[in-house]
Ligand binder design. Structure first.
Ligand code: ADP
Ligand code: ASP
Ligand code: MG
Length: 433
């Protein structure tokens, strides 16, 4: 049946026989016991007749430890060797899961990025997937009913053959790219929460799970700090039309009906969401730093003199506020950069002082960005104004504001992050009953 123009036909959650990607994050594979639990989830789907590619992260804490070893070895290290080191965490879990699956009489084998291969760009530490060859996996699904256990987070540079990694949280992206490559019906992201919530449930106990969220909103949530999915995975899902379903790995594997619809959140097209709220979710990030350039000449070319050198130094600038000049001669310019780039950004501006001609440089790292997201904002006025009032009532000072069609962000003192997020969560009616 055709549901009409623009409305995609409804797809069953789990057709009788489907091809699935199942991704398990670090907490879900934190030790061998949890890997056994993961294997039982996989076995359930295999027994139901599905073809399965599993993508695994490193055991919880492993990647952090590997990163810190690289830093201890040399503060400034070769990014190619960093990748060789940090990619190893996923190799371990892929092998262990294949061993456990074999022990349960499920045919399985592990795959590292270079073995498939998963070809990437050469941006070591933040590589982009260019192509995945899924042919061999599909052949093995058909011929041997073999489960593919793929190491997430890693790939191989298409020309040099060097191991690459995809940036922190990158196993989500491996999974969605794999789903696109093998044309999977669904990409299940199993994690330590049972879906995408209206805000981080660790910070907002009253947050509630969303049954569905539009790709565009998920993209904003993820890029504004909700780390439940890596941003790039959502982009890929949107471009390749992959159905991403976020669900819990802690549900008892045997209690789940492989043909039913378990609790979780489907990331889907906007048209599939029947009841669209004005505000869908609230994200926050403490990884921001603020820099204010005081008394710069109020004349053409000043913004270029400041942001040109920052761009050349590969520093991403996010929020920008320029005051209207009070005296007609000088003004202040405030912007934010990732906290990790704060020192470098200050150095870059200081080196360009002569060209810019400012009087003083101020900065702060104890700031946070709180963002409110919702497609409904396109058609509703005054959504942000309500927030400014509510924050003021709580005595929270706003340092900078940015808005776009489906979100707005405020920069505040980091100490007020939790209070601000909870206040806005209540204000927009997101608290669970
Ligand atoms: P994994 O190791 O499985 O990849 P992550 O730690 O990367 O898991 O992501 C899951 C975490 O994301 C949750 O534990 C939760 O604290 C956090 N999170 C942040 N924002 C949200 C949100 N809006 N909905 C659900 N989880 C969120
Ligand atoms: N293990 C990697 C990380 O911790 C990738 C991932 O977990 O998705 O960032
Ligand atoms: Mg993650």
């Amino acid at each position: 049946m055709n549901a009409g123009p623009g409305v995609p036909p409804r797809r069953a959650f789990s057709p009788a026989m489907a091809r699935l990607v199942m991704k398990f994050g670090g907490t879900s594979v934190a030790d061998v016991e949890r890997i056994r639990n993961v294997a039982r989830h996989v076995k359930r789907e295999v027994d139901a007749g599905h073809e399965v590619a599993v993508v695994v992260s490193a055991m919880a804490g492993t990647t952090n430890e590997l990163v810190s070893w690289c830093r201890d070895a040399a503060a400034l290290h070769d990014a190619r060797e960093y990748d060789a080191v940090v990619a190893s965490g996923e190799q371990v879990t892929a092998g262990l899961l294949a061993i456990v699956l074999e022990g349960m009489s499920v045919n399985a084998r592990s795959w590292q990025g270079w073995q498939l291969p998963i070809l990437t760009s050469n941006a070591h530490g933040a590589a982009r997937i260019l192509d995945i060859n899924g042919q061999e996996l599909v052949k093995r699904f058909k011929e041997r009913k073999e489960v593919a256990v793929v190491a997430g987070f890693q790939g191989v540079h298409k020309d040099t053959g060097r191991v690459t990694t995809l940036g922190r949280g990158g196993s989500d992206t491996s999974a969605v790219a794999m789903a696109a490559a093998i044309r999977a019906e669904r990409c299940d992201i199993y994690t330590d929460v049972d879906g995408v919530y209206t805000s981080d449930p660790r910070v907002v106990p009253r947050a509630h799970r969303l049954d569905k969220i539009a790709f565009e909103e998920m993209l904003e949530l993820a890029s504004l700090g909700a780390k439940v999915l890596q941003v790039r995975s959502v982009e890929l899902g949107m471009v390749h039309n992959v159905r991403i379903f976020v669900r819990s790995s802690f549900d008892k594997p045997e209690d789940i009906d492989p043909h039913g619809t378990p609790p979780g959140t489907l990331i889907c097209d906007e048209e599939e969401i029947v009841e669209q709220q004005v505000v869908t979710g609230i994200a926050f990030s403490k990884d921001e730093a603020q820099i204010s350039v005081r008394h710069v000449p109020d004349k053409p070319g000043v913004a270029a003199a400041i942001f040109g050198p920052l761009a050349e130094s590969n520093i991403n600038v996010d929020m920008i506020v320029q005051n209207v000049s009070a005296d007609g001669a000088t003004t202040d310019l405030t912007f934010t950069v990732p906290a990790a780039d704060y020192d470098r950004a200050r150095d870059t501006i200081a080196k360009a002082k002569v060209g810019i001609g400012y009087a003083r440089l101020d900065g702060a790292t104890d700031v946070a960005k709180v963002s409110v997201i919702g497609i409904g904002m396109r058609s509703h006025a005054g959504v942000a104004a309500k927030a400014f009032r509510a924050l003021a009532d709580r005595g929270i000072n706003i340092r900078a504001i940015t808005t776009s069609e489906i979100k707005f962000s405020v920069l505040i003192d980091a100490a007020f992050t939790e209070l601000a997020v909870r206040t806005l969560h209540t204000l927009y009616g997101l608290d669970k009953a």
